[in-house]
Structure formats: structure tokens, C-alpha cells
Design a protein around this ligand. Structure first.
Ligand code: FES
Length: 154
């Protein structure tokens, strides 16, 4: 029997110092709407909470035959799975592109991101954790946009 050609996509999610995965997804490509056939963890350094959320989501995707939206929720596992989902769907578009988000306090975008995925879900909590937005306030809309980006399901 001839094996149909497959479309393959590899993505990486790397939360430095926390969780990291490389995932390969494969779709059959002989029909007009290719069906997801497999999703495999090529490398995973993840906590048990992320592993469990990822496994449940992958099983749901394979049953549906497509890459589904990530789960709702503000826990770091849900945020992590959402990033996997968005990357596999080519929809991972962070709202702020510069490396440094708060120029007054010299706070990087990565620092703000780490604060949000670690549980700071309001501008006040992010400010307390990072000092971002504690001077002129110009960066506050960017901090707010980042919180929405991480915390809202898509
Ligand atoms: S740019 Fe962040 S407080 Fe001024």
C-alpha cells in the first residue's frame, strides 16, 4: 500500500528557564482539507502540569483531525498550550515587537512576559514584579496588551 505524502510542520516553544518543547505535526495532504494525523513531542523539558495539559489538547486535536484553539485559562500550562496552538496555526503574533518594553525602568519585553506567565495578570502586579510602568506610564498600554495577549484564549 502506498503511503500518502504528508505535510509536516515543526515548532518550538521555549520559555527560558521554565518549559521547552519541540513538536512535529503531520497532516495527510491528498485531500483539499488535510487531516491532522500525528503530533509528536520531539523534545520536552516541561513540568507535569504543562505535560498533562499538552497531552489532553493533543488527543483532542487528533480526534478532531485539526489543530484546535488552546484551552482557556490563566494558568501557565494553558498559556503554554495556547502558544503551541497559535504557532502551529501561524497565528502567534505578539503585540509588541521591541526587546525593551519600559524605557524608563529598562525592563525588557521578556521580563514582562515572564512575569505574566508566572502569574502577574494585572498591570499593577506586573509593575510590582518588574518595575515596568512605574515612571512616565507610556509603556502601560503595551503592558496591558501583553497581559491580554497571554491571558485571552484564541
Ligand atoms: S516607559 Fe515605562 S514608565 Fe516610562
Amino acid at each position: 500500500m502506498q503511503v500518502p505524502p504528508a505535510h509536516i510542520k515543526n515548532i518550538e516553544v521555549d520559555w527560558l528557564g521554565r518549559d521547552q518543547v519541540e513538536i512535529e505535526a503531520r497532516w495527510e495532504s491528498q485531500t483539499s482539507s488535510p487531516r491532522l494525523q500525528a503530533m509528536e513531542l520531539r523534545m520536552a523539558v516541561i513540568c507535569s502540569e504543562v505535560r498533562q495539559a499538552l497531552q489532553v489538547w493533543i488527543q483532542d486535536c487528533l480526534r478532531a483531525g485539526q489543530v484546535l484553539e488552546g484551552p482557556e485559562g490563566r494558568g501557565h500550562a494553558e498559556m503554554f498550550v495556547r502558544e503551541v496552538s497559535l504557532k502551529l496555526r501561524d497565528q502567534f503574533t505578539p503585540p509588541f515587537a521591541e526587546t525593551e518594553m519600559c524605557h524608563c525602568r529598562v525592563v525588557t519585553t521578556a521580563q514582562v512576559d515572564r512575569a505574566v506567565v508566572s502569574g502577574c495578570h494585572s498591570p499593577r502586579e506586573v509593575s510590582r514584579a518588574t518595575t515596568a510602568s512605574t515612571s512616565c506610564g507610556t509603556c502601560r498600554p503595551d503592558v496591558e496588551a501583553w497581559i491580554r495577549f497571554r491571558c485571552e484564549a484564541r
